[in-house]
Design a protein around this ligand. Sequence first.
Ligand code: 1GP
Length: 244
Amino acid sequence: MKHLYNNILQNVAAGQKMLAVLIDPDKMRIESVSSYAKKVNASMATHIFVGGSTVAEYLCDKLVGELKKYTNLPIILFPGDVTQITNMADALLFLSLISGNNPDYLIGKHVQAVSKLQNSNLEIIPTGYILVENGKPTMVEKVTKTKPMSRDNLQLVEDTAVAAEYLGMKLVYLEAGSGASMPVSSEMIAAVKRRLSIPLIVGGGIRTKSQLVSAYEAGADMVVIGTALEQDESFFDILKPNTL
Ligand code: 1GP
C-alpha cells in the first residue's frame, strides 16, 4: 500500500514536523550502514532520503538494501539521475527542477525513468524542486547546468512554487544545495509557505539545531539534513526525539 504521501499530509495537518536524513550513497560505506542507521533510528528523523548528484550505478540499490536491514523508517529516493532508481526503496521524489530551464530536468529524465518506474512498487511523489542561491556554486547547478533562483526575488520564488502546485505537484522542495554555506532564509520559507497548500520541504546547509528550529518556525514541514550529519555524527545527539 502506497501511503507515504498521505502520512506526510497527516503529519502536516497535525502540526508534526518531519526530519529527513539524506544519505548520499557515494559518501556512505556499506560497512558503516548498520551503525549509522542505529543513530538515525534513535534520532527525531522521520524519513530517510537516498540520493546524490554523481552516484555510481547500482550503489543506491546496494545501500537501500542494506539500510532496510536496520531501519523501519520510510526510505525515499531523492535521485540525481535515472540510474539511482531502485525498487528496494518505498517511494521516489519525482523531481522537476522548476527553478531552471533545462528541459532534461523538467521532463527529459522523467521520460527516461518511466520504463523503470512502471515496473516498480515505488510510490511516486511529484515534487517541484527549487534551487535557491546560497553564496557559492552547488553541485546541482553544475550537474543540471541551470542557475539557482535569487535569494532576493521572493516574489519569483513564491510564484514558481505556486505554479508547481497548479501543475499538480504534491510537494515543493526549497533547496539551497548540499553543503550550502547559507540555508534558505526564514523569510523565503515563510513567504513560500504562506502561498502553498501542499507540504513544503526545505534543505541545504542546515548545520545547527537553531537553523533547524528556524526552518520549522518559518513554515518548513520537513527539513532535510545530509552534510552536517555526514561530517559529524555527534550532531545526532542533539536531534533526539522530543528535544526541539
Ligand atoms: C541536499 O537538501 C539536501 O540536497 C541536504 O543538504 O547536505 O547541506 O544538509 P545538506
